[in-house]
Design a binder for this molecule. Sequence first.
Ligand code: ADP
Ligand code: ARG
Length: 346
Amino acid sequence: MSQTNEFPNLPADCKSMLCKYLTKEVFEALKDKKTSNGFTLADAINSGVKNIDSGIGVYAGDVESYDLFAPLFDPIIKEYHGFSATDKHVSNLNPDDLIAPNPDPDGKYIISTRIRVGRNVDNMPLGPAITKEQRNKVEKDVSEALMAMTGELAGSYYPLNGMSEEVSAKLIADHFLFKAGDRFLEAAGLNRDWPEGRGIYHNDDKTFLVWINEEDQLRIISMQMGGDIKEVFSRLMTAIKEIEKKVPFSFTDHLGYITSCPTNLGTAMRASVHIALPKLAEDMETFKAITDKYHLQIRGIHGEHSESEGGVYDISNRRRLGVTEVQCVQDMYDGVVALIKKEQSL
Ligand code: ADP
Ligand code: ARG
């Protein structure tokens, strides 16, 4: 882990939250601190320092980082989630509480629905501070727990190490697998020892998938074609509860499920649809006004930092902390209903 006494050279036009909240005072107060895993301020900010086009720019090395470096993390968490240092996180994993009839039963707009949560193993450092041995242990423990899943969730584990280029390229193109070489993760220390310790578990239908040791130790995913959001949510809730019986997750009452990036804290949930909105795409101002109103984020169809193709967008909830899992999906659902209504009127 690295340490620096020099305030980083951040350009004046840098727009990341790191640039906004890493004042000289905050830097001086935190620069000599180190968590019990040896994680420093220099480690926490490296991704945003190396990638000045970051939106956020910081990562945690362990649950302790959120306390020790709170003068930097707290204002970022406040701005991203609207969640204060005195607020308490709330959880609701009950699919019966979700009101989400298919907003597009004729399949004119919604191509597919995906909901994922991030999870990390309790009493382990997070990815940016984990050792190779610890990462390999996470892979072993989690993949063994998954191999015991039954029924619809039964599947196989495919380690990245030894996977052919052809197979991984197809899994990525079909939206099932994470990409290699992300520069934000690279600078956060999350790609160390790649591809060892990483892999993907999935059932035969690829409606239930788990990424192991990417940005978080687990990304638990439920997805399928079409807009039956409730079915996707229900499958995910069942899977999370099953996995949690065998793998204890890192969780605090204040921050909910602990993740390496502060944008994912709390529910760690991103519920998305791939949706064709070719007319709205011609009026991005109206499009953005709707997504802002419903707390939604617009991504391209090959994941974060990708572009839209053919008027198809990835629309997802933006808030994840201080709202329940049911509310995360409800944000997405209500916004998608509004987007479809607008598209139809154009
Ligand atoms: P994450 O959702 O884990 O934060 P990304 O935004 O990079 O990360 O998305 C991961 C993958 O999931 C990408 O291939 C993306 O295209 C795919 N994906 C996201 N939402 C959907 C969806 N609703 N339908 C199909 N694939 C999706
Ligand atoms: N670190 C990147 C940035 O600041 C990504 C932040 C949110 N996304 C994520 N995958 N954690 O732009």
